[in-house]
Design a binder for this molecule. Structure first.
Ligand code: PMP
Length: 394
């Protein structure tokens, strides 16, 4: 049977990680994989996570199954974290999922159950796993313009124009904050126009929010998602706790579906639990329990927020240092866009050839589309990157 298999497309980012590991140069810099790293290159376990784990270990009396939707307390704290008080809880269905990827997968499966003809519209570019899963599920897919390679900001006119092709019942995937891979985000006013446009097309938004707290702050980063949730009768939100709690390998995420009323929310809830059952039965619990413990405890929560704020500010400081260095070297402000981008990533907006040249000449690894993980830098490597960018002729 296995002889019938064929090679699946390799994940480019994972392939880049392997290439980086094999590079013998001491001064090499990894700006590839989307993992936060501190100044020493470590991805630390957050203090509040350690303490929550200690408490769980001390107090947990059973490892028996939780429900198919996960622990309702996890849903409650996450709904509050992402949506605040925007939507009444009786309109929200929620299931815990293995990471944000699991939430996206379950969202797509739910859409497929409800309407297999719905086209899923993605920003161009987007996180490569979006089209990959959609293709695998054999669902119709479309793209809308998003990144303007001249300004390195959002091509807003292009985006609105392309959304004009969205049909009634289609689904538009929007990044809640910190757009991956570009770092370019819509302003509040632009998001309001997108909401009006998607509504005018009678389409449904699917929000992917994986970096809440990495951009401008916890509430600020949730603003767009809350506006979207408030602006539609139906909406899906796929959330990841991997980055903002630093619990990548624990696979912690949640899918929320906002329905028109409590009856439809209950129907969505039953379908979402069914889909969990078909795909993996019970969602992972440990990370969700850690998150719940932190968000329910005032002291732990404050400490988590403080450490998240340090993380966010360290990335902003690196952005600013890089902009200053590039300004110094080029005598121009043409790299200022890096300071306007938000989140872990910025798309430099250069060619795969120059990305490769920077890798070969300087041992600096970024994704082929010129996505850089800002958190992969530190004070010492920023000038090295700036010099490499300028020398390559970006
Ligand atoms: N969405 C986006 C845009 C992401 O960048 C990521 C992480 N790379 C995810 C979702 C999901 O992450 P995870 O499954 O690790 O929680």
């Amino acid at each position: 049977m296995f002889e019938k298999l064929y090679q699946q497309p390799a994940d480019k980012i994972l392939a880049l990680m392997a290439q980086f590991r094999a590079d013998p140069r001491d001064e090499k810099v990894d700006l590839g994989v989307g993992v936060y790293k501190d100044a020493s290159g470590n991805t630390p376990v957050m203090r509040a996570v350690k303490e929550a784990e200690r408490r769980i270990l001390a107090n947990q009396s059973t490892k028996s199954y939780v429900g198919l939707a996960g622990d309702p307390a996890f849903s409650d704290v996450m709904i509050k974290l992402v949506l605040g008080d925007t939507i009444t809880h009786d309109r929200i269905a929620a299931v815990a999922t293995p990471g944000g990827t699991g939430a996206i997968r379950q969202a797509l499966e739910l859409i497929k159950l409800a309407d297999p003809t719905a086209t899923i519209w993605l920003s161009n570019p987007t996180w490569p796993n979006h089209p990959s899963i959609i293709k695998y599920l054999d669902m119709p897919m479309g793209t809308y313009r998003y990144f303007d390679n001249d300004t390195r900001g959002v091509d807003f006119d292009g985006m609105i124009e392309d959304l004009g092709a969205v049909a009634a019942g289609d689904v538009v995937l929007l990044h809640g904050c910190c757009h991956n891979p570009t770092g370019a985000n819509l302003t509040e006013d632009q998001m309001a126009q997108v909401i009006a446009k998607v509504n005018a097309q009678s389409a449904i938004p699917l929000v992917d929010i994986a970096y809440q707290g990495f951009g401008d702050g916890l509430d600020e980063d949730a603003q767009a998602t809350r506006a979207i949730a408030a602006g539609f009768e139906n909406c899906l939100i796929a959330t990841s706790c991997s980055k903002n709690f630093g619990i990548y390998r624990e696979r912690t995420g949640i899918l929320m579906a906002i329905a028109k009323d409590a009856d439809q929310a209950a129907l969505a809830q039953q379908n979402m639990s069914f889909l969990n059952r078909q795909n993996f039965s019970f969602p992972p619990d440990h990370g969700a329990r850690v998150v719940t413990t932190i968000l329910q405890d005032a002291e732990l929560r404050l400490d988590w927020e403080a450490e998240l704020e340090e993380t966010r500010n360290s990335m902003l400081a690196l952005r600013q240092q890089l902009v200053d260095e590039l300004k110094r070297l080029t005598n121009s402000d043409r790299f200022d866009f890096l300071a306007h981008h938000r989140g872990m990533f910025s798309r430099l907006g250069t060619t795969p050839e120059l990305v490769e040249k920077i890798r070969v000449d300087h041992g600096i690894y970024m994704v082929g589309d010129s996505r850089m993980n800002i958190a992969g830098l530190n004070e010492k490597s920023v000038p090295v990157l700036a010099k490499a960018i300028v020398e390559a002729g970006v």
